[in-house]
Design a protein around this ligand. Sequence first.
Ligand SMILES: [Zn+2]
Length: 132
Amino acid sequence: MFCPKCGKELPDSSNFCTACGYKIETNNTQQNLENKNSKTVKVVIIRTKKLIGCGIAMKVHIDGNKIGSLKNSESVEIDLPIGEHKLLIETFGEFTDRVLNLTPDINKVTITVVMKMGLVSGSPTIESVKTE
Ligand SMILES: [Zn+2]
């Protein structure tokens, strides 16, 4: 790199210019990295209505913490930091899970879930995951 003040070529790790003493701002890239790490992604989980009168609530857990429960046509949303998060949606004894890999280029994730009915009971199913 070069000193921004006098233009002398310096080792990349320099904190000060050896020629003019100018303080080199080396924390710019570090700051960008921190901003990226502290960025959050809005995650919206929507339960679409498939069955009229299906009153079973789905419990939504992220990283082992319950963040809400969904009945028909309801939604929950949470801001999550960049990284991997485990989404788990459960009803009584039935569950579905998904690892959400939130990268810095994602601003919002919309997850649509639905209750798929079997012969005896229903199980929560992830219908779509849309990132934007
Ligand atoms: Zn200099």
